[in-house]
Design a protein around this ligand. Structure first.
Ligand code: FAD
Ligand code: SIN
Length: 523
C-alpha cells in the first residue's frame, strides 16, 4: 500500500497534533500514531505549562529566561530560550482556542491559578487540576478528528524515514545533503509495511523513558525518533542528559511509575527520610524547590545511605481540603493503594522522566535532514541545556510545532513526491518464533541502563554498559535481518540504538553537568 500526502506527522502528542492543526490549513495531512491517538507522554503530564502571560505584574520573560538558563546548567542556547519563552502567551492562546481549560483562581475570576515548581522563582505554571496533559490531549484529539484535511492512522508504527538511500544512493552523515521523502510504517492491524510519501515530514515521536526500569513514561516512549534519525544519518545531540524526576510514586507492582507532581513541593510538601528528617537544605539552599537534577541526586544519595528503595514526600501539614482540591488525581491514586496523603507520607523514588537532548533542530524546527522537521521531546532545541526546567516541555513542544509549521509551509513548495522509492522488501524473512529473545533482551537493556547509566555514572560503569549493550546490539541486528517486522522487535532495536547514543555521549562528556553526573569526574 502507498499513501501520498503533503504533510506526514509521526506522533500524536502535543507536538504532532498542534503542528498538524497549523499546516492543515494549507494541505493534506496524515498523522500516524503507533498505538491509540491519545496514548502519549502528553496525556500523562501533570504539573502544567510554564508561561509568563502579558497580564503578569510581578513576573517577566527575563525571570523565566533566567530560571531556564540556571536549570540548564550553562549549556542552553540563549536564542532558543528567549524565542520559546517569549512565544508562551501565544501558545496559551492557541491551546485555549483549541478547547483546553486551565484552572482559574476561583470561579468568578478571570486570572489563572498559577502553580510553582522546582527551579522556578515565581508561580507561573498554568494547569488543569493535576492532570493538565490529559486535558490538552483531549482537546487536541477532538480538534484533529474533526478536521477535513487530516487523516489519522492509529496503530501505524514508523519504522524508518525514507531518504535518497532508499533509491540506491550512498548517504553519509555530515557529508551528504540528505532529503526526507516520508517514512515506511508498519500497519499493526494488517502487519504490512506501508510506504508513505510526503513533501514534508514532522517527527514528533517523544522520548525514551522506557530505556530504564523505573520510569514515569508510558510504554510508547521507546525513542523511535532518535533511532530513525540516527539510522538516516541525521544529527542527534546532548543524548547524555536524561532527566530523572525526583518524585515518582514508589509502588513496586506498578510500571510505569505514577508521577507525584513537583507542583506538590511548590505547594509546600517536604521531602523526608524514613526517620521523618527533612534533608533537602543539606544539598541546596533552594531546598525542596531546587532544580530537578539536584533533588533527584539528593534522593539517590539518601537512598544509598539508608539502603531503602525510597524516601518520603510529606504533605500532612498542608490544608487537607486545599490539597484534595489542587491534586485530586494524586489523592485518589494514593488512596487506591492505601495511602491517605492528608495523614500519611507518600513513598517516592526518582524515575527516568525526560530526554533533554535528541534530534538537533535549528530555531525553525528544521533537522539536519531536508524536509524533515521535528518538535517536542524528540528534539534537542537548546532550550533545556543539561537539565530541563519543570513544565517547559509542553511549552517547547507547542512552540517548536509552530516554528516548524511556518518553515514547512514555506519549503514544501520546493519538494515533490519521490515516485522512484521502492516498497518495503521483506523477502527471505520469517515471523519470530521465539518472542523470549526479544522480551529477555529488553529486560537486560533496561537493567544495564538503570544500573550503569542512571543518575550517577562513572567511566568504568559506562564502559561496562557499552560492552554489555554491544552483545545485545549484535544479537538484535541479526534477529532483525531474519525476521518479519513486529512492534516489539522494532522497539527493542530502537532502544538498543538509543542506549548506545546515550552511553557514547556520556563517555565523551567527562565533567558533571546538569543531569549528567560523573562520580569519578577529574577536577
Ligand atoms: P508525546 O506526547 O510523547 O507523543 C509522542 C507520540 O509519538 C505518541 O503518539 C507515540 O505513540 C508516537 N510515536 C512514537 N514512536 C512512534 C513510531 N515509531 N511510529 C508512530 N508513532 C510513534 N512536561 C511539562 O511541560 N509539564 C508537565 O507537567 C509534565 N508532566 C509530565 C508527567 C509525566 C508523567 C510525563 C511522562 C511527562 C511529563 N512532562 C511534562 C513531559 C511532557 O509530557 C512531554 O515531554 C511532552 O508531552 C512530549 O510531547 P511530544 O508531543 O513531544 O511527545
Ligand atoms: C511534574 O508535574 O512534576 C512534571 C512536570 C514536568 O515534567 O515538567
Amino acid at each position: 500500500m502507498r499513501i501520498t500526502t503533503d504533510y506526514l506527522v509521526i506522533g500524536s502528542g502535543l507536538a504532532g497534533l498542534s503542528f498538524a492543526l497549523k499546516v492543515a490549513e494549507t494541505g493534506t495531512v496524515t498523522i500516524i500514531s503507533k498505538t491509540k491517538l491519545d496514548e502519549t507522554n502528553t496525556s500523562y503530564a501533570q504539573g502544567g505549562i510554564a508561561a509568563v502571560l502579558n497580564t503578569s505584574k510581578s513576573d517577566s520573560f527575563d525571570k523565566h529566561i533566567e530560571d531556564t538558563l540556571i536549570a540548564g546548567a550553562g549549556i542552553c542556547d540563549r536564542k532558543a530560550v528567549e524565542k520559546v519563552i517569549e512565544y508562551a502567551p501565544h501558545a496559551i492562546t492557541d491551546l485555549i482556542s483549541w478547547g483546553t481549560q486551565f484552572d482559574k483562581e476561583d470561579e468568578n475570576k478571570s486570572a489563572f491559578d498559577l502553580h510553582r515548581e522546582g527551579g522556578h522563582s515565581m508561580h507561573r505554571i498554568l494547569h488543569h487540576q493535576d492532570n493538565t496533559g490529559f486535558e490538552v490531549q483531549r482537546a487536541l484529539c477532538e480538534k484533529v478528528r474533526g478536521h477535513k484535511n487530516i487523516t489519522i492512522y492509529e496503530n501505524f508504527f514508523a519504522v524508518d524515514l525514507i531518504t535518497q538511500h532508499h533509491s540506491g544512493m550512498l548517504v553519509k552523515r555530515h557529508l551528504t545533503e540528505i532529503k526526507c521523502f516520508g517514512a515506511y510504517a508498519l500497519d499493526l492491524n494488517t502487519h504490512k509495511v506501508v510506504t508513505i510519501l510526503a513533501k514534508a515530514t514532522m517527527l514528533a515521536t517523544g522520548g525514551a523513558g522506557q530505556l530504564f526500569s523505573t520510569t514515569t513514561n508510558p510504554v510508547v516512549a521507546t525513542g523511535d525518533g532518535f533511532a530513525m534519525v540516527y539510522r538516516a544519518k541525521g544529527i542527534v545531540d546532548n543524548m547524555e542528559f536524561v532527566q530523572f524526576h525526583p518524585t515518582a510514586l514508589y509502588n513496586p507492582s506498578e510500571s510505569p511509575n505514577f508521577l507525584i507532581t513537583e507542583a506538590m513541593r511548590g505547594f509546600g510538601a517536604i521531602l523526608r527520610d524514613k526517620e521523618g528528617v527533612a534533608f533537602m537544605t543539606k544539598y541546596d539552599e533552594r531546598g525542596n524547590l531546587a532544580p530537578r537534577d539536584i533533588v533527584a541526586r539528593a534522593i539517590d544519595n539518601e537512598m544509598k545511605k539508608s539502603g531503602e528503595d525510597h524516601v518520603y514526600l510529606d504533605c500532612t501539614h498542608l490544608d487537607s481540603e486545599a490539597l484534595k482540591e489542587h491534586f485530586p488525581h494524586i489523592y485518589k491514586k494514593c488512596l487506591s493503594i492505601g495511602i491517605d496523603i492528608t495523614k500519611e507520607m507518600i513513598p517516592v523514588t526518582p524515575a527516568a522522566h525526560y530526554f533533554c537532548g535528541g534530534v538537533k533542530v535549528d530555531l525553525e524546527g528544521r533537522t539536519s535532514i531536508k524536509y524533515l522537521y521535528a518538535a517536542g521531546e524528540t528534539t534537542c532545541t537548546g532550550l533545556h541545556g543539561g537539565n530541563r526546567l519543570a513544565s517547559n516541555s509542553l511549552l517547547e513542544a507547542i512552540a517548536y510545532a509552530d516554528f516548524a509549521s511556518k518553515a514547512a509551509m514555506k519549503e514544501i513548495k520546493e519538494n515533490d513526491w519521490q515516485k522512484d522509492i521502492p516498497d518495503w522488501n521483506d523477502e527471505g524473512t520469517s515471523h519470530t518464533e521465539e518472542m523470549v529473545l526479544i522480551t529477555q533482551s529488553l529486560k537486560e537493556v533496561k537493567q544495564i541502563m538503570s544500573n550503569y547509566v542512571g543518575i550517577v555514572r562513572s567511566q568504568v560503569r559506562l564502559k561496562r554498559a557499552f560492552n554489555r549493550l554491544w552483545t545485545i546490539y549484535s544479537e538484535t541486528e541479526e534477529l532483525y535481518q531474519q525476521s518479519k517486522l513486529s512492534r516489539k522487535l522494532c522497539e527493542l532495536r530502537n532502544l538498543v540504538q538509543v542506549g548506545y547514543l546515550v552511553i557514547k555521549a556520556a563517555r565523551a562528556r567527562k565533567e558533571s553537568v546538569g543531569a549528567h553526573y560523573m562520580a569519578d569526574e577529574k577536577k
